[in-house]
Write a protein that binds this ligand. Structure first.
Ligand code: KG4
Ligand code: ZN
Length: 323
């Protein structure tokens, strides 16, 4: 076995490592989530995330090798998330990747996290060929992009305030669900009536998104119901709130595809796991469920198409916080 790409991802609260071969077969993908650690704070605490990454990165990389039945000798390049994300968290993965690559004189490929999410679609067993129009909706980002080749994309629209995943998490919190509440809200919504409340879909010009008004509308609805009223209507609120987010996402993706003329549309990022969004876009290509939220297989996949830096020129490479 040779020519494996080792991927490492530590941009937020998942410590992840994966081995992917040049054709895009995932040999292993290990994700250690820190979500429980941050739940009691209601969000990711950067300093805690960095420290936990430091503890987890070596065992997670080792497990990725074990599960693939491979060693560092089988690796031809190391791909690592350079940004955007929490700088302290990113630096842990970046340092680990530099050390592993430099020790063996391997090339290092710095990968943009957002390109990583899109590169999920290039993995076997059903790799997608550009051109296509893609919605990337996660906890940190919401953009719609035109993909012309596997090396990158062109941004057509983005959120002017909260990301879609952030809207899910903030809504979940208002409904009393634990952080990160997107998946839980998705489950609760299945028991509710989406027509029971009418939440507005923000009208933003062009292909941009806005979710902060929706969050405020939910806040007012929750306040109006009071504690007892809320308990009885939680599922309805979840269903109506989710419906508004899904409508906004579907509307923008469709409008973007009309603009690009692409026949293929795709969805990636944590929110691509949402069951209502998947049902509403039955013709779209979705990242596999297990690879919607942050993972390193997507980073290794993107590492196949980004420019590798030769040893030891990458040792001074820095992480970046925003795109
Ligand atoms: O891509 P990701 O792991 O992290 C970022 O790069 O930001 O996305 C995490 C986000 C969280 O906001 C989480 O609540 C949301 O994805 N999410 C969902 C679902 N599963 C995860 N949102 C809605 N429905 C879901 N089923
Ligand atoms: Zn992500």
């Amino acid at each position: 076995m040779s020519g494996l790409v080792l991927g490492i991802e530590t941009s937020c609260d998942e410590t992840a490592a994966a081995l992917v071969d040049e054709e895009g077969h995932v040999r292993s993908s290990v994700v250690a989530s820190q979500a429980d650690l941050h739940a009691r704070y209601g969000g990711v605490v950067p300093e805690i995330a960095s420290r936990r990454h430091l503890e987890l990165v070596s065992p997670v990389v080792e497990t990725a090798f074990e599960e693939a039945g491979a060693t560092l000798e089988d690796v031809s390049r190391v791909a690592v998330t350079q940004g955007p994300g929490l700088v302290g968290a990113l630096l842990v993965g970046l340092s680990a990747a530099k050390a592993l690559a430099w020790a063996r004189g391997l090339p290092l490929v710095p990968v943009d996290h957002l390109r990583g999410h899109v590169a999920t679609l290039y993995l076997e067993p059903d790799p997608l060929e550009p051109p296509f129009t893609c919605l990337l909706a996660s906890g940190g980002h919401t953009i719609v992009v035109a993909v012309r080749d596997r090396a990158g994309f062109e941004v057509l629209g983005s959120t002017v305030d909260d990301a879609a995943g952030e809207a899910f998490d903030k809504g979940a919190r208002l409904l009393g669900l634990a952080y990160p509440g997107g998946a839980e809200l998705d489950r609760l919504a299945r028991e509710g009536d989406p027509e029971a409340f009418s939440f507005p879909v923000a009208k933003v010009p062009g292909l941009d998104f806005s979710f902060s008004g929706l969050k405020t509308a939910l806040l007012y609805a929750v306040r109006e119901l009071g504690e007892d009223g809320l308990e009885a209507r939680r599922a309805d609120l979840a269903a109506a709130y989710q419906r508004a987010i899904v409508r906004a996402l579907v509307g923008r993706l469709r409008a973007a595809a009309e603009q690009t003329g692409d026949r293929t549309v795709a969805v990636v990022g944590g929110v691509a796991a949402n069951s209502e969004l998947r049902a509403a876009l039955s013709d779209a290509r979705f990242a596999p469920l297990a690879l919607c939220t942050d993972n390193a297989a997507m980073i290794a996949s993107a590492g196949r198409y980004a420019r590798p830096l030769v040893s030891p020129g990458y040792l001074a490479l820095d992480a970046y916080a925003s795109a």
